[in-house]
Design a protein around this ligand. Structure first.
Ligand code: PHE
Length: 521
């Protein structure tokens, strides 16, 4: 009974859930979900979104989590263990997060600035702030350093600990602000109406696509985050229950965020008839809301502080997960200490975030001198990753589980979903009543839907109302080119070499500890 082996993963199932929810809950919930909902049919969009979470989100998340859990290793090794020919899918889990960290940290830096600046007033500062390159870089750096500190302390001692404090804090602020906002009186019902009034006539193919891609982004799917966190989860966690909770938290937070934003904005609008307000994109959060808060008088400063603090927390726990997935791989593949690995990853991503910050600042100030493919760098990176690469990563996870999983001997003959179901149970994936549905979904339905998201996402980039879009072609070619380069890199450098496991990481950590002990003596 020497079962209690040392491990370097999450100490508790709930710690894992909070960390995964921390990854999922981010700018996508607090910011893009509310404005996408208001623009795409209100409650009708919410229904659509929930369906997407159920049909695509849950299934993909189970697939990713399970791939990680059964392998207890970084995504490249985990995919290799799913099937020795599929290791290359794991490369998506390294490259997409690297890209996202770069632009997400710039926005994270904005939220830190706005939170700290709340008491001197944020109204009207957007253009001056984003145009001040030095300040933007400084705040991006502060934000990244916070994330690095947490990741450096490891899973149990860093990520789990931080999320156990930060996530409840986030929920608390969220609920308190929603209550406050809903009690503002004048304008509140117009705000709710604008946000949620169901308009089924607005729902068409594009709205369905929007809901699907929002679900991917919001649930942090398609890039190995759940593979990585799943690899650190206790073998005994209940996969189905954990994932239901993560998805419920994520959706609830997104819904509540709109209950803060729109009643407040419409209240402001009702009181200031001629106020100019912008309800979409980056301007909603960093331009409109500061005016709304400023209008609330003294209490507005407190509201502003907590609001931006909440957004900063959400962004932080997301970037932590993105940094972790890359760091895990670097540690395990190159057998270096966690400290070194995270510093290495942070320096690279920070360097790339600088031109992103500059480009966005220029564009928001009306200067279009720094664009790639007609986009500011942030939108360019966002489109390359979200529109083109993320669905591919998610497709990889579903196909790996649905069609190519190696392990059980009985699996070789498992062709139809019911056999797949039994093979998965034998392999250790217990999903209860959902198991059979899962088998059908992961094999056929979800991959097909993801493929649709991919194809039409690319089509939208290539063809706009004005006709064929060369800039869109540039984005698509960049993304697919990147895929090809990465896969080649995989086959040259990683395919036939050891890519490490969590167990290797544990050994490295023990060595480092021993050396440090020695030094102390
Ligand atoms: N899910 C996060 C959000 O909603 C974003 C994110 C995407 C984080 C992918 C990690 C990985 O903002």
């Amino acid at each position: 009974m020497e079962q209690k082996k040392k491990h370097n993963g999450f100490a508790s199932g709930f710690g894992f859930i909070l960390a995964a929810a921390g990854s999922a809950i981010g700018l996508g919930n607090l910011w893009s979900f509310p404005y996408k909902t208001s623009a795409n049919g209100g409650a009708a969009f919410v229904i659509l979104y929930v369906l997407c979470v159920l049909i695509i989100g849950v299934v993909t998340m189970v697939a990713e989590l399970y791939i990680g859990k059964r392998a207890a290793a970084n995504p490249i090794t985990a995919y290799k263990k799913a099937n020795k020919n599929l290791g290359w899918i794991g490369i998506f889990a390294i490259i997409i997060p690297l890209f996202i960290i770069c632009y997400y940290s710039v926005l994270g830096g904005y939220t830190v600035k706005y939170s700290m600046n709340s008491f001197s007033g944020n109204a009207g500062i957007m253009t001056t702030f984003v145009g001040n390159i030095g300040e933007v870089i400084l705040y991006t750096a502060i934000f990244m350093i916070l994330a690095v500190i947490v990741v450096m302390a490891g899973i149990k001692g860093g990520i789990e600990k931080a999320c156990k404090v930060l996530m409840p804090a986030l929920f608390f602020i969220l609920v308190a602000l929603a209550v406050y906002s809903l009690c503002l009186g004048e304008g509140v019902s117009e705000g709710l109406n604008f946000y949620l009034n169901p308009d089924f006539s607005k729902i068409g193919f594009n709205e369905i696509l929007a809901a699907m891609s929002q679900a991917f982004f919001s649930l942090s799917l398609g890039m190995g985050i759940m593979v990585s966190y799943g690899s650190y989860a206790d073998k005994k966690i209940n996969v189905g229950k954990s994932i239901s909770m993560i998805c419920i938290f994520d959706t609830l937070v997104a819904l509540l965020a709109g209950l803060i934003i729109f009643p407040a904005v419409y209240h402001y609008k009702a009181v200031n008839a001629d106020a100019a307000i912008n309800l979409g994109g980056i301007l909603l959060m960093f331009e409109t809301l500061p005016y709304v808060f400023a209008d609330m008088g003294a209490i507005g400063q407190i509201v502003s502080f907590f609001f931006f603090l909440m957004v900063a927390i959400a962004a932080l726990t997301s970037v932590i997960s993105l940094l972790e997935v890359v760091t895990q791989f670097v540690i395990q593949k190159f057998k270096i200490a966690r400290k070194r690995a995270i510093v290495f990853v942070a320096i690279i991503t920070f360097a790339v975030s600088i031109p992103i910050g500059i480009s966005l600042g220029l564009v928001l100030n009306g200067n279009n001198s720094m664009l790639i493919c007609g986009e500011n760098w942030l939108d360019f990176f966002d489109k390359v990753t979200n529109t083109v690469l993320m669905p591919l990563g998610a497709l990889g996870a579903c196909v790996a589980i649905g069609w190519f999983l190696d392990k059980p001997k009985t699996f070789k003959q498992a062709v139809n979903p019911m056999q797949l179901h039994r093979a998965l149970v034998e392999d250790g994936l217990q999903l209860g009543w959902f198991g059979k549905i899962f088998a059908v979904m992961v094999k056929y339905v979800t991959p097909l839907l993801i493929l649709i998201v991919e194809v039409f996402g690319v089509k939208e980039l290539l063809f706009t109302a004005q006709g064929f879009n060369l800039n869109g072609l540039g984005i698509v070619l960049t993304a697919y080119g990147l895929c090809i380069v990465c896969v080649i890199v995989y086959f040259i450098f990683f395919k036939n070499s050891q890519t490490g496991t969590n167990q290797d990481e544990l050994k490295i950590a023990e060595k480092v500890e021993a050396v440090e002990e020695e030094r102390k003596k």
